[in-house]
Ligand binder design. Structure first.
Ligand SMILES: [Zn+2]
Length: 140
């Protein structure tokens, strides 16, 4: 797997992520051929997340976004955040099937139902990923 780092404000912050990926990178499924890690300054946006993950099954690529506020967290929160985001890749194909195919189709028939289904799906995925992220962190 190839890892690309982009836009990091300092070499030490990039190294922090590199070190976390050395420990937890084996969570990434083998079908991911490229991991793009991008540091974003989104301080003026509404987003309060520390990081986010976008898996692109078509391109065998995963995009890990690290927001600047990530770096002001304690070590345990940083570890949990990285594990959490890497676990999202595992449900990426299911998520793509449910949200991009099924729920988008439902939206053409019943908009309100599709909104409810999408919110429910996101909640369930977050709960699942967070549960296993804590499980892994407790044992590492
Ligand atoms: Zn999440």
């Amino acid at each position: 797997m190839k890892i690309n780092f982009e836009n990091f404000r300092s070499p030490s912050q990039q190294k922090e992520i590199e070190d976390l990926l050395k420990v937890y990178g084996s969570i990434i499924p083998s079908y991911v051929k490229t991991l793009n890690v991008v540091n974003w300054d989104d301080s003026d946006g509404e987003n309060r997340d520390y990081a986010s993950m976008k898996y692109e099954p078509k391109y065998l690529e995963a995009n890990l976004n690290i927001y600047n506020r990530f770096f002001s967290n304690k070590e345990q929160v940083k570890k949990l955040t990285i594990i959490h985001e890497l676990l999202h890749i595992h449900v990426g194909r299911i998520s793509s099937l449910v949200r991009d195919d099924v729920i988008k189709y439902v939206a053409t028939k019943n908009e309100d139902l599709s909104i409810f289904m999408d919110r429910s799906y996101i909640g369930l995925e977050e709960e699942f990923v967070e549960h296993f992220a804590n499980f892994i962190l407790d044992r590492s």
